[in-house]
Write a protein that binds this ligand. Structure first.
Ligand code: B1M
Length: 209
Protein backbone atom coordinates (compact mmCIF):
# COMPACT_ATOMS: atom_id res chain seq x y z
CA UNK A 1 0.00 0.00 0.00
CA UNK A 2 1.48 3.36 -1.06
CA UNK A 3 2.58 5.35 1.98
CA UNK A 4 1.39 8.95 1.59
CA UNK A 5 3.04 10.03 4.84
CA UNK A 6 6.36 8.82 3.43
CA UNK A 7 5.60 10.59 0.15
CA UNK A 8 4.88 13.85 1.95
CA UNK A 9 8.14 13.57 3.94
CA UNK A 10 10.14 12.73 0.81
CA UNK A 11 8.60 15.75 -0.96
CA UNK A 12 9.56 18.00 1.94
CA UNK A 13 13.15 16.75 1.66
CA UNK A 14 13.09 17.23 -2.11
CA UNK A 15 13.66 13.51 -2.74
CA UNK A 16 12.11 13.49 -6.18
CA UNK A 17 12.97 9.85 -7.00
CA UNK A 18 11.28 8.65 -3.82
CA UNK A 19 8.21 10.81 -4.53
CA UNK A 20 7.99 9.50 -8.10
CA UNK A 21 8.32 5.89 -6.88
CA UNK A 22 5.51 6.27 -4.33
CA UNK A 23 3.24 8.05 -6.81
CA UNK A 24 3.88 5.25 -9.33
CA UNK A 25 3.10 2.66 -6.67
CA UNK A 26 -0.15 4.43 -5.78
CA UNK A 27 -1.16 4.62 -9.46
CA UNK A 28 -0.46 0.89 -9.86
CA UNK A 29 -2.65 0.22 -6.85
CA UNK A 30 -5.48 2.07 -8.56
CA UNK A 31 -5.67 4.96 -6.09
CA UNK A 32 -7.39 8.01 -7.63
CA UNK A 33 -5.22 10.82 -8.99
CA UNK A 34 -7.01 13.41 -6.85
CA UNK A 35 -6.29 11.43 -3.66
CA UNK A 36 -2.62 11.00 -4.59
CA UNK A 37 -2.34 14.71 -5.41
CA UNK A 38 -3.96 15.90 -2.21
CA UNK A 39 -2.69 13.35 0.33
CA UNK A 40 0.72 12.55 -1.10
CA UNK A 41 1.85 15.79 -2.72
CA UNK A 42 -0.10 18.85 -1.62
CA UNK A 43 0.03 17.83 2.05
CA UNK A 44 3.85 17.93 1.92
CA UNK A 45 3.92 21.21 0.05
CA UNK A 46 1.66 22.91 2.58
CA UNK A 47 3.98 21.83 5.42
CA UNK A 48 6.90 23.31 3.47
CA UNK A 49 4.83 26.50 3.13
CA UNK A 50 4.45 26.82 6.90
CA UNK A 51 8.15 26.10 7.47
CA UNK A 52 9.10 28.65 4.79
CA UNK A 53 6.97 31.26 6.53
CA UNK A 54 8.59 30.50 9.88
CA UNK A 55 12.10 30.64 8.41
CA UNK A 56 12.65 26.98 9.20
CA UNK A 57 13.47 26.27 5.55
CA UNK A 58 14.77 28.60 2.84
CA UNK A 59 14.43 29.13 -0.92
CA UNK A 60 16.77 26.25 -2.00
CA UNK A 61 14.85 23.68 0.08
CA UNK A 62 11.53 25.03 -1.20
CA UNK A 63 12.80 24.83 -4.79
CA UNK A 64 13.82 21.19 -4.54
CA UNK A 65 10.52 20.36 -2.85
CA UNK A 66 8.70 22.17 -5.69
CA UNK A 67 10.69 20.16 -8.24
CA UNK A 68 9.70 16.92 -6.53
CA UNK A 69 6.07 18.09 -6.43
CA UNK A 70 6.08 18.93 -10.16
CA UNK A 71 7.66 15.56 -11.05
CA UNK A 72 5.08 13.67 -9.00
CA UNK A 73 2.20 15.73 -10.37
CA UNK A 74 3.36 15.18 -13.97
CA UNK A 75 2.78 11.43 -13.52
CA UNK A 76 -0.83 12.13 -12.60
CA UNK A 77 -1.53 14.13 -15.74
CA UNK A 78 -2.59 11.18 -17.94
CA UNK A 79 -4.96 10.03 -15.21
CA UNK A 80 -6.60 13.41 -15.13
CA UNK A 81 -7.19 13.36 -18.85
CA UNK A 82 -10.53 12.10 -20.03
CA UNK A 83 -9.91 9.57 -22.77
CA UNK A 84 -10.99 10.47 -26.27
CA UNK A 85 -12.26 13.91 -25.35
CA UNK A 86 -12.23 16.34 -28.27
CA UNK A 87 -10.76 19.75 -27.36
CA UNK A 88 -13.68 21.86 -26.09
CA UNK A 89 -12.02 25.22 -26.65
CA UNK A 90 -8.87 27.18 -25.95
CA UNK A 91 -7.62 28.94 -22.84
CA UNK A 92 -4.43 30.86 -22.24
CA UNK A 93 -2.86 30.51 -18.82
CA UNK A 94 0.02 32.13 -16.99
CA UNK A 95 1.45 33.32 -13.71
CA UNK A 96 1.38 37.10 -13.70
CA UNK A 97 4.31 39.46 -14.18
CA UNK A 98 6.90 39.41 -11.39
CA UNK A 99 5.69 36.09 -10.06
CA UNK A 100 7.64 32.85 -10.54
CA UNK A 101 5.37 30.42 -8.68
CA UNK A 102 4.19 27.79 -11.12
CA UNK A 103 2.93 24.76 -9.19
CA UNK A 104 -0.66 25.97 -8.86
CA UNK A 105 -0.65 27.18 -12.46
CA UNK A 106 0.57 23.77 -13.62
CA UNK A 107 -2.24 22.12 -11.67
CA UNK A 108 -4.78 24.39 -13.34
CA UNK A 109 -3.35 23.38 -16.73
CA UNK A 110 -3.49 19.67 -15.93
CA UNK A 111 -7.03 19.84 -14.60
CA UNK A 112 -8.23 21.88 -17.59
CA UNK A 113 -6.54 19.53 -20.06
CA UNK A 114 -8.24 16.73 -18.17
CA UNK A 115 -11.54 18.38 -19.05
CA UNK A 116 -10.66 18.48 -22.76
CA UNK A 117 -9.67 22.14 -22.87
CA UNK A 118 -6.65 23.09 -24.99
CA UNK A 119 -4.41 25.16 -22.74
CA UNK A 120 -1.77 27.51 -24.07
CA UNK A 121 0.60 27.84 -21.15
CA UNK A 122 2.38 31.20 -21.29
CA UNK A 123 4.58 30.29 -18.33
CA UNK A 124 5.53 32.48 -15.40
CA UNK A 125 6.26 36.22 -15.17
CA UNK A 126 3.68 36.91 -17.88
CA UNK A 127 2.98 40.57 -18.62
CA UNK A 128 -0.49 41.95 -19.39
CA UNK A 129 0.65 42.45 -23.00
CA UNK A 130 1.63 38.78 -23.29
CA UNK A 131 -1.77 37.65 -22.01
CA UNK A 132 -3.37 39.88 -24.61
CA UNK A 133 -1.19 38.71 -27.51
CA UNK A 134 -1.50 35.09 -26.37
CA UNK A 135 -5.29 35.27 -26.38
CA UNK A 136 -5.39 37.10 -29.71
CA UNK A 137 -2.98 34.80 -31.54
CA UNK A 138 -4.70 31.67 -30.32
CA UNK A 139 -8.28 32.94 -30.47
CA UNK A 140 -8.61 31.83 -26.84
CA UNK A 141 -11.94 32.46 -25.16
CA UNK A 142 -10.67 32.07 -21.61
CA UNK A 143 -7.75 33.90 -20.00
CA UNK A 144 -6.45 32.39 -16.75
CA UNK A 145 -4.19 34.32 -14.40
CA UNK A 146 -2.48 32.86 -11.36
CA UNK A 147 -0.68 34.86 -8.64
CA UNK A 148 0.87 33.78 -5.36
CA UNK A 149 2.17 37.07 -4.02
CA UNK A 150 0.20 39.99 -2.63
CA UNK A 151 2.65 42.20 -4.51
CA UNK A 152 1.97 40.57 -7.89
CA UNK A 153 -1.76 39.90 -7.74
CA UNK A 154 -2.25 43.56 -8.61
CA UNK A 155 -0.97 42.67 -12.10
CA UNK A 156 -4.32 41.00 -12.68
CA UNK A 157 -5.92 44.44 -12.81
CA UNK A 158 -3.46 45.37 -15.60
CA UNK A 159 -4.50 42.26 -17.50
CA UNK A 160 -8.18 43.23 -17.27
CA UNK A 161 -7.32 46.80 -18.29
CA UNK A 162 -5.27 45.53 -21.24
CA UNK A 163 -8.29 43.70 -22.61
CA UNK A 164 -10.57 46.70 -22.02
CA UNK A 165 -8.15 49.11 -23.73
CA UNK A 166 -7.70 46.85 -26.74
CA UNK A 167 -11.44 46.48 -27.24
CA UNK A 168 -11.23 42.71 -26.60
CA UNK A 169 -12.84 42.64 -23.16
CA UNK A 170 -16.12 41.17 -24.39
CA UNK A 171 -14.33 38.44 -26.34
CA UNK A 172 -12.82 36.69 -23.32
CA UNK A 173 -13.70 35.42 -19.87
CA UNK A 174 -10.97 36.33 -17.40
CA UNK A 175 -10.50 33.77 -14.63
CA UNK A 176 -8.21 34.46 -11.70
CA UNK A 177 -6.88 32.49 -8.75
CA UNK A 178 -3.96 31.85 -6.40
CA UNK A 179 -3.51 31.86 -2.64
CA UNK A 180 -3.90 35.63 -1.95
CA UNK A 181 -6.73 36.14 -4.47
CA UNK A 182 -10.34 36.45 -3.27
CA UNK A 183 -13.81 36.89 -4.72
CA UNK A 184 -13.81 40.49 -3.43
CA UNK A 185 -10.59 41.18 -5.28
CA UNK A 186 -12.01 39.62 -8.43
CA UNK A 187 -15.06 41.88 -8.20
CA UNK A 188 -12.97 44.96 -7.47
CA UNK A 189 -10.79 44.63 -10.60
CA UNK A 190 -13.60 43.62 -12.95
CA UNK A 191 -12.33 40.09 -13.66
CA UNK A 192 -15.04 37.54 -14.44
CA UNK A 193 -14.47 34.47 -12.29
CA UNK A 194 -12.50 33.63 -9.16
CA UNK A 195 -12.04 30.03 -8.12
CA UNK A 196 -10.16 28.85 -5.05
CA UNK A 197 -8.65 25.69 -6.50
CA UNK A 198 -7.50 24.19 -9.76
CA UNK A 199 -10.20 21.52 -9.99
CA UNK A 200 -12.99 24.08 -9.63
CA UNK A 201 -11.30 26.35 -12.18
CA UNK A 202 -11.33 23.47 -14.67
CA UNK A 203 -14.97 22.60 -13.95
CA UNK A 204 -16.07 26.20 -14.41
CA UNK A 205 -14.03 26.58 -17.62
CA UNK A 206 -15.49 23.38 -19.05
CA UNK A 207 -19.00 24.66 -18.28
CA UNK A 208 -18.21 27.93 -20.07
CA UNK A 209 -17.32 26.01 -23.22
CO1 B1M B 1 7.14 31.56 -2.49
N1 B1M B 1 5.93 32.55 -1.31
N2 B1M B 1 8.26 33.13 -2.65
N3 B1M B 1 8.33 30.39 -3.44
N4 B1M B 1 6.13 30.11 -1.89
C1 B1M B 1 4.72 31.88 -0.89
C2 B1M B 1 3.58 32.12 -1.88
C3 B1M B 1 4.44 32.54 0.54
C4 B1M B 1 2.95 32.52 0.95
C5 B1M B 1 5.34 31.83 1.57
C6 B1M B 1 5.14 32.38 2.96
O1 B1M B 1 5.65 33.39 3.31
N5 B1M B 1 4.38 31.67 3.76
C7 B1M B 1 4.99 33.95 0.31
C8 B1M B 1 4.00 34.99 -0.23
C9 B1M B 1 3.59 36.01 0.81
C10 B1M B 1 2.61 36.94 0.24
O2 B1M B 1 2.81 37.60 -0.74
N6 B1M B 1 1.48 36.99 0.89
C11 B1M B 1 6.11 33.67 -0.66
C12 B1M B 1 7.23 34.53 -0.88
C13 B1M B 1 7.30 35.75 0.03
C14 B1M B 1 8.20 34.27 -1.86
C15 B1M B 1 9.43 35.12 -2.19
C16 B1M B 1 9.20 36.64 -2.25
C17 B1M B 1 10.52 34.73 -1.17
C18 B1M B 1 11.81 35.49 -1.27
O3 B1M B 1 12.50 35.41 -2.24
N7 B1M B 1 12.08 36.22 -0.21
C19 B1M B 1 9.85 34.58 -3.59
C20 B1M B 1 9.17 35.33 -4.74
C21 B1M B 1 9.70 34.89 -6.08
C22 B1M B 1 8.84 35.44 -7.19
O4 B1M B 1 7.83 34.83 -7.54
N8 B1M B 1 9.21 36.58 -7.76
C23 B1M B 1 9.33 33.18 -3.49
C24 B1M B 1 9.92 32.10 -4.14
C25 B1M B 1 9.47 30.81 -4.07
C26 B1M B 1 10.21 29.64 -4.70
C27 B1M B 1 10.85 29.97 -6.04
C28 B1M B 1 11.29 29.21 -3.73
C29 B1M B 1 9.08 28.54 -4.74
C30 B1M B 1 8.30 28.49 -6.07
C31 B1M B 1 8.73 27.32 -6.93
C32 B1M B 1 7.74 27.06 -8.04
O5 B1M B 1 6.60 27.44 -8.03
N9 B1M B 1 8.27 26.37 -9.03
C33 B1M B 1 8.11 29.06 -3.67
C34 B1M B 1 7.09 28.26 -3.08
C35 B1M B 1 7.05 26.80 -3.49
C36 B1M B 1 6.16 28.79 -2.15
C37 B1M B 1 5.14 28.03 -1.27
C38 B1M B 1 5.95 27.35 -0.17
C39 B1M B 1 4.26 26.99 -1.96
C40 B1M B 1 3.46 27.52 -3.15
C41 B1M B 1 2.84 26.37 -3.86
O6 B1M B 1 3.33 25.94 -4.88
N10 B1M B 1 1.79 25.80 -3.25
C42 B1M B 1 4.22 29.23 -0.76
C43 B1M B 1 3.63 29.01 0.63
C44 B1M B 1 2.23 28.43 0.56
O7 B1M B 1 1.52 28.56 -0.39
N11 B1M B 1 1.85 27.79 1.62
C45 B1M B 1 5.05 30.41 -1.03
C46 B1M B 1 1.11 24.61 -3.77
C47 B1M B 1 0.17 25.04 -4.91
C48 B1M B 1 -0.60 23.81 -5.38
O8 B1M B 1 -0.75 25.98 -4.38
O9 B1M B 1 -0.08 27.79 -6.05
O10 B1M B 1 -1.67 28.28 -4.11
P1 B1M B 1 -1.15 27.35 -5.13
O11 B1M B 1 -2.35 26.87 -6.08
C49 B1M B 1 -3.57 26.49 -5.52
C50 B1M B 1 -4.60 27.61 -5.46
O12 B1M B 1 -4.06 28.86 -5.10
C51 B1M B 1 -5.26 27.56 -6.79
O13 B1M B 1 -5.17 26.20 -7.21
C52 B1M B 1 -4.17 25.50 -6.46
C53 B1M B 1 -4.86 24.37 -5.69
O14 B1M B 1 -5.63 23.58 -6.49
N12 B1M B 1 -4.81 28.37 -7.90
C54 B1M B 1 -5.70 28.78 -8.85
C55 B1M B 1 -3.57 28.80 -8.26
N13 B1M B 1 -3.65 29.49 -9.39
C56 B1M B 1 -4.93 29.49 -9.80
C57 B1M B 1 -5.57 30.05 -10.91
C58 B1M B 1 -6.95 29.89 -11.06
C59 B1M B 1 -7.68 29.20 -10.09
C60 B1M B 1 -7.07 28.63 -8.99
O15 B1M B 1 -7.66 30.39 -12.09
C61 B1M B 1 -6.99 30.92 -13.18
Amino acid sequence: MADFEKCSLALQKGQAKEVVAIVEEAITEGIGAKTILEEGLMSGMSIIGVKFKNNEVYVPEVLIAARAMNMGAALLKPLLMEEGVEPKGKAVLGTVKGDLHDIGKNLVRMMMEGKGIEVIDLGVDVSAEKFLTGAKENSAKIVCCSALLTTTMTQMESVVKGFVDSGMRDDVTIMIGGAPVTQNYCDSIGADIYTADAATAAEVAAELF
